[in-house]
Design a protein around this ligand. Structure first.
Ligand SMILES: NC(=O)c1ccc[n+]([C@@H]2O[C@H](COP(=O)([O-])OP(=O)(O)OC[C@H]3O[C@@H](n4cnc5c(N)ncnc54)[C@H](O)[C@@H]3O)[C@@H](O)[C@H]2O)c1
Length: 363
């Protein structure tokens, strides 16, 4: 019997707490259904609420403990009313991304029946794609740590877009492997390099590395799109895309656009993967406008839990974990198909608890 896998859990603030509890309940149910060993959860105190009480954004030793776990699950961090002296918000999760070099930001985007479709074209029902957002450098390089922006008095500020060969090679390999895995699951398995190689040297470099790596994956169909054209295509024909790989800021913007196409933030799951660590969280924030009201849609967190199980399966070699992840994906799809998942977020009548209970029923 292998050792039990350990998950560091940071519930954080606002709806982060409720959606984390929902996600872990669903993960536990899926694991017991497949007969896989349960996970051991280790809570880590962190967030704006914790900062307000203690003056620290994460408990002492919390970052180290997160690093020792097999995976990290995070709800949401931040409250607009709690800030540092310089006006910025409490955001230890950005430090975790930097510290553990979580370069591969995986954001699946999928249309579900009976969930809102923002496009009138019926082909929008077939949207099933992944935005792969580099998450440690690009134009966020100077945002990841204080002091990296070049501030020249009150007259000029320069931020740096940084593309390194080391990170870009790893990112593209990740993208090709992801496309390969999706092909095995019956999806197109096509990888599109989204850049602005026509005008930026850094982006031409990004594409050059993509071209160097592509021949290693002859089974993966490749394509290119400039980021402005990609924005157009995500509205015009999103069903034509499978996996799209891009630098950090492009991914930040296009993944929200893509999330909007299939409903909203309550469906936006996210995995952040590095060479040795993985962090899983819904892409939304703490939603102070609805916190404490049982109104949050927990599905983004629940689908992030499924991504975590997939990751742990690969890391540990335990196939039953991947089966549990698949069970969750299927339950969400079946729940929407039967019109039994009706989150308040989409004008429905079901709060966080009702959505979670219904999904547990489907499992
Ligand atoms: N990774 C993170 O932890 C993260 C990400 C984004 C924002 N934040 C923080 O969250 C706080 C609020 O930020 P914001 O308002 O810009 O973004 P937000 O994602 O919290 O909310 C934006 C809008 O989407 C709605 N929404 C978000 N998630 C939802 C869900 N699961 N179900 C139903 N509706 C949902 C909210 O009610 C709100 O109207 C800020 O302090 C911000 O810094 C944290």
């Amino acid at each position: 019997m292998p050792d039990k896998l350990r998950v560091a859990v940071i519930k954080g603030d606002g709806i982060g707490i409720d959606v984390t509890e929902a996600a872990l309940a669903v993960v536990d149910a899926a694991l017991s259904k497949t007969g896989a060993a349960s996970l051991v959860y280790e809570q880590i105190q962190s967030g704006a609420g914790y900062f307000r009480e203690t003056g620290r954004d994460i408990e002492p030793g919390g970052e180290e403990r997160a690093g020792e776990a097999d995976a990290i699950f995070l709800g949401a961090i931040g409250l607009p009313s709690v800030r540092h002296g310089d006006g910025t918000e409490i955001s230890p999760h950005l430090r975790l991304r930097d510290r553990f070099q979580l370069y591969a930001g995986v954001r699946p985007v999928r249309a579900y029946p009976n969930a809102p479709q923002r496009l009138a074209d019926p082909r929008a029902a077939g949207i099933d794609m992944v935005i792969l957002r580099e998450s440690t450098e690009g134009l966020f390089y100077s945002a990841a740590a204080h002091g990296r922006s070049d501030v020249r008095g009150d007259e000029e500020v320069r931020d740096t877009l940084r593309i390194t060969r080391a990170t870009t090679e790893k990112l593209h390999h990740f993208g090709f492997r992801l496309a390969q895995r999706r092909r095995l699951r019956g999806k197109p398995g096509k990888l599109t390099c989204v850049d602005k190689a026509n005008v930026f040297t850094s982006m031409a470099f990004f594409r050059k590395i993509f071209d160097e790596i592509a021949p290693e994956y002859p089974g993966v169909q490749t394509g290119y799109n400039y980021v402005d054209a990609q924005a157009l295509d995500l509205v015009r024909q999103p069903w034509a895309f499978d996996v799209m790989v891009m630098e950090n800021m492009f991914g930040d913007i296009l993944s929200d656009l893509a999330g909007g196409l299939v409903g909203g933030m309550g469906m936006a799951a996210c995995a952040e993967i590095g060479d040795h660590h993985g962090l899983f969280q819904p892409a939304h924030g703490s939603a102070p406008d609805i916190m404490g009201q049982d109104k949050a849609n927990p599905l983004a967190a629940i689908l992030s839990g499924a991504l975590m199980l997939d990751y742990l399966a690969e890391k540990s070699g335990q196939a039953s974990l991947a089966q549990a992840g698949q069970l969750i994906d299927d339950a969400v799809k079946d729940g929407f198909e039967a019109n039994r998942l009706r989150p308040i977020e989409f004008g429905g009548d079901m709060g966080t608890r009702a959505v979670t209970e219904t999904l547990l029923g489907f499992l």
